[in-house]
Design a protein around this ligand. Structure first.
Ligand code: SF4
Ligand code: SF4
Length: 436
């Protein structure tokens, strides 16, 4: 059933087994900060019994949409789809405020348009490259600004240099015998702030005999829109991507971003009430693979370059809970000669990034991040590895706050270094900095 869809709430038997797995409940142990409490609120919203929309929004927006409760639930309650439905309904019913208008403006008029997003990124890049950022961070100037501005500035991810960004179109030949043709989703934020990871990912695919196709008309996947209840915008982006990748005639559609992959795999549900698109969306969904998933499915061509590193892997929620992909990234990392893989106790707990949650709920996000960093750093890693840009930015910020020089990279960054014979090549300056 298409959005909004509250039918999964009926599957909840209120057993409470999800409660110990919920990061917000762990921080604030009261029922309304738990999955079970939120389901009760959403039932009330759906039936019309609860009409205090501001209060409902306050409770429901505290949810990270990390879906850890889904993994823990014996009744297989689809919590992710419920919270997206609730946010869609609330977007229609809440009184407009300055903050909501600004959020909606970015959702509708910036994020779906790569050029506008690139313009915002260009301003951020200029701020960082011109020395203004250093001036702000390292002089008493920051004391002249409100605390909230200082906090938001310190979270800003580093933009990729222009020269690092691969042209998002065309085809790249495989190295060696061809095993198939993949359409690669470049992603909006990834392309602007982790462009070298996109280049590494495409290289890894090519080392594995895959022809990489970059459809020119591809768009943002719509993850931010879907998770924040902007359903019409998410649908429009889904239709555009389906058409773009159909045109490319590929065997698989691949992404190196957990959040995007999870959303691409939801396109079937998103468009299942549109007769012209339902079948196409379902066929598209069946071809989507996370890059870790595809490489293991095909059988990795073993990399030979040695990386003498101790790494710890942190599971992105939309990979481990949203797509149930847990073993594959670890399997790929273990295939790198010389790499020692440590395991954190709470690797599958959210890092507090959760799309724009770190901006909208900074206090909760930082409490969750602090716990995450303590856990990861207790394994004494040379490098923290993840598989999603939002998590990478958040963990880099966590390392900076802790004054720790550990580098945070994507699985594909390390695999590419091993294939290319570059050695560990860690540039610790990426996370060096004063604790905020
Ligand atoms: S969501 Fe699942 S685990 Fe949580 S209370 Fe409901 S049935 Fe139990
Ligand atoms: S999605 Fe995450 S934060 Fe939200 S209720 Fe479930 S476990 Fe808690």
């Amino acid at each position: 059933m298409a959005y909004p869809d509250f039918t999964p709430a009926r599957d909840c038997v209120s057993c409470g087994l999800c409660l110990p797995h919920c990061p917000t409940y762990r921080e604030r142990p009261f029922e309304m900060a738990s999955p079970r409490g939120r389901i009760q609120l959403m039932k009330g919203l759906a039936s019309g019994e609860l009409t205090g929309y501001e209060a409902l929004d306050e409770h429901l927006s505290l949810c990270l949409a990390c879906r850890a409760c889904e993994s823990a639930c014996p009744s297989a309650v689809k919590f992710g789809s419920l919270i997206e439905s609730a946010r869609a309904v609330l977007n229609d019913r809440l009184a407009p405020s300055w903050g909501r208008r600004l959020g909606a403006f970015f959702m509708r008029h910036v994020f779906p348009h790569q050029r506008r997003l690139a313009a915002v990124a260009a301003l951020m890049r200029a701020y960082q490259a011109s020395g203004l950022q250093r001036l702000f961070r390292e002089t008493p100037l920051r004391g002249c600004f409100p605390e909230r501005i200082v906090e938001l500035e310190s979270m800003m991810p580093e933009m990729s240099p222009l020269g690092e960004m691969p042209a998002p179109r065309g085809e790249l030949e495989p190295y060696g015998v061809e095993r198939g043709r993949v359409g690669f989703l470049t992603g909006c934020v990834m392309q602007l702030a982790m462009a070298s990871t996109n280049a590494a990912s495409m290289d890894v695919l090519r080392f594995n005999g895959l022809r990489v196709v970059l459809p020119r008309e591809q768009r943002c996947c719509g993850a931010l829109h879907l998770h924040n209840g902007f359903i019409p915008e998410a649908r429009a982006l889904a239709r555009a991507n389906i058409a773009a990748f159909e045109e490319a005639g590929v065997d698989w559609i691949v992404t190196n971003q957990a959040g995007c992959g999870s959303t691409l795999k939801e396109y079937g549900k998103l468009l299942d009430d549109e007769p012209d698109w339902a079948g196409r969306a379902e066929a598209f969904r069946g071809r989507v693979r996370d890059i870790n998933e595809l490489l293991v499915e095909l059988g990795l061509r073993p990399p030979s370059g040695r990386l003498a590193l101790r790494a710890v892997y942190d599971d992105p929620c939309h990979l481990v809970h949203g797509q149930k992909i847990k073993a594959q990234p670890r399997q790929l990392l273990r295939a790198i000669p010389g790499l020692e893989l440590a395991e954190a106790r709470e690797a599958d707990w959210c890092c507090g990034s959760a799309g724009i949650y770190n901006v909208t709920h900074t206090e909760m996000s930082l409490a969750i991040l602090q716990r995450k960093m303590d856990d990861l750093l207790s394994t004494r890693p040379d490098v923290i590895v993840t598989s999603n840009p939002g998590c990478a930015f958040q963990l880099r910020y966590g390392a900076r706050r802790a004054g720790h020089a550990v580098q945070v990279v994507h699985v594909m960054d390390l695999l590419a270094r091993s294939y290319r014979g570059e050695g560990a090549g860690l540039d610790r300056s990426a996370t060096k900095g004063e604790p905020s």
